[in-house]
Ligand binder design. Structure first.
Ligand code: FAD
Length: 436
């Protein structure tokens, strides 16, 4: 069978390319060896945020004077609910694909050449090939029987004590969630800071809250081995040893580029990723790569969706290009942190404590910063606040459309909302905010 495009991998990158190509009237084959939805839907974004929501709701109630909680978490039952929610989403994506004429084959794809893909005993032909094989956690052999994201998100009981090796966003998010669910969490990071690469000002409220919750953060600390006996023993290079009931490793993710014949295409690579141009095309004409496996943007699902849209349009003959500049980035920590664009010549800072709605959430730990140039053009923003993830898009839009800070400051935001803080933070650039 011949298709306009064959897509290898049914995660956010692959299925978005498939749906958009289907919408554009192209014939598409989507090959997925595990479950459509990929890492994000099954073992990443969706289950981790569901866990974070549960832990956050509980911990919020616990902060309220007069509220006395007596509760029991049956993780087994929760897992059942989680999987039914995920499976509903997965079948929703499959239904959408089919509605747009995308054929889905559940199987392990092997590249024969750029126009032929083998699945089992059958070979399928295409004009364009899209590689959307995603990424996997970096595994360390010296760490025996430890958990990675897939295993911890499927856990059936909350461990009494949990050691997390790796202080990137996944470690911070899951560490905070498990601490709120009652685990004694130790987070070990090899570098001098958690969330390396993020503005240190945004990290401060997160670190403060983690410590307040009793999370032990060990920085500039290197783990040499992990052994499992009756408990886990995490041995440090310093000679110290930490025992725990569970160990999670979140030391990074690596692109999936092996085991499916990619080498036959002899594509140009960059630091292990498939090199793509602004059209998401690889060094080989007619071969595209999207999402975590490709160069260009951060390893995030909304970036993969964006790549998929762009690649699909280019395959269909419209010329579109990627521009990641105003892409929002979020850490679902406590408080959430979200940022976009870049630092301009000037910046504002409006404290979360001055926002009325935040007080009802019993949360004053955070701020809203808007970055702008001398002429008032918004260049970026950074927010540390509850629901920062829901607020940052307004600022990405401002950056994307070249808005002036006054455009934001003079736009009426509803009261009482957390987003009012954005308006008032913008006002600081040219006036006085009302509540600070
Ligand atoms: P993937 O989702 O990895 O999908 C690739 C798919 O390809 C897989 O389903 C795989 O089975 C399939 N595949 C691979 N090889 C073959 C083959 N040979 N044949 C057939 N199929 C194949 N991102 C966010 O934006 N927000 C978040 O909140 C967020 N939270 C996360 C939390 C965790 C714990 C983790 C681990 C990740 C999180 N991410 C988040 C990142 C997000 O999951 C990824 O960026 C996203 O899944 C990338 O999409 P993708 O399509 O490139 O790859």
């Amino acid at each position: 069978m011949k298709y306009d495009a064959i897509i290898i991998g049914g995660g956010p990158g692959g299925y978005s390319t498939a749906i958009r190509l289907g919408q554009l009237g192209r014939s598409v084959l989507l090959v997925e060896k595990n479950k459509v939805g990929g890492e994000c839907l099954n073992y990443g974004c969706i289950p981790s945020k569901a866990l974070i929501e549960m832990s956050e709701s509980l911990s919020y109630l616990k902060t309220l004077p007069g509220v006395r909680l007596s509760y029991n978490i049956d993780m087994n039952q929760w897992q059942g609910w989680k999987w039914s929610m995920i499976n509903r989403l997965v079948s929703g994506v499959e239904t959408l694909c089919r509605a747009y004429g995308v054929k889905i084959i559940n199987g392990d794809a092997k590249i024969v050449d750029k126009q032929h893909v083998q699945i089992g005993s059958e070979t399928h032909q295409c004009d364009s090939l899209v590689i959307a094989t995603g990424s996997s956690p970096t595994r360390i052999d010296a760490f025996k029987d430890v958990m990675y994201n897939k295993e911890i998100l499927d856990i059936k009981t909350v461990p009494k004590d949990l050691v997390i090796i790796g202080g990137g966003y996944i470690g911070v998010e899951l560490g905070t969630a498990f601490a709120k669910l009652g685990a004694q969490v130790t987070l070990i990071e090899m570098l001098p800071s958690i969330l390396t690469g993020i503005d240190p000002e945004l990290i401060k409220p997160v670190e403060r809250k983690m410590k307040e919750m009793g999370i032990r953060i060990l920085l500039s600390a290197k783990v040499s081995s992990v052994e499992k006996k009756d408990k886990y023993f995490v041995k440090m290079e310093s000679g110290a040893s930490i025992s725990a009931e569970a160990v999670l490793v979140t030391v990074g993710r690596k692109p999936n580029t092996e085991g499916f014949g990619l080498e036959t295409l002899k594509l140009e690579m960059e630091n292990g990723f498939i090199k793509t141009d602004k059209y998401k095309m690889t060094s080989e004409r007619g071969v595209y790569a999207v999402g975590d496996v490709s160069t260009g943007g951060p390893m995030l699902a909304h970036r993969a969706f964006y790549d998929g849209r762009v690649a699909a349009h280019n395959i269909a003959g419209d010329k579109t290009t990627v521009d990641y500049y105003a892409m929002p980035m979020v850490v679902y920590s406590d408080p959430e942190i979200a940022f976009t664009g870049s630092r301009g010549q000037k910046s504002t800072r409006y404290p979360l404590a001055a926002n009325g709605r935040s007080q009802g959430l019993n949360s004053s730990n955070g701020f809203y910063s808007i970055y702008y140039d001398e002429d008032g053009t918004v260049t970026g923003a950074g927010i540390a606040a509850p629901r920062a993830s829901e607020m940052i898009s307004e600022l990405s839009l401002a950056v994307e459309t070249g808005m002036n800070v006054e455009d934001i400051g003079s736009t009426i935001h509803p009261h009482p909302t957390l987003s009012e803080g954005i308006q008032e933070s913008a006002e600081i650039a040219y006036d006085k905010p009302l509540h600070f």
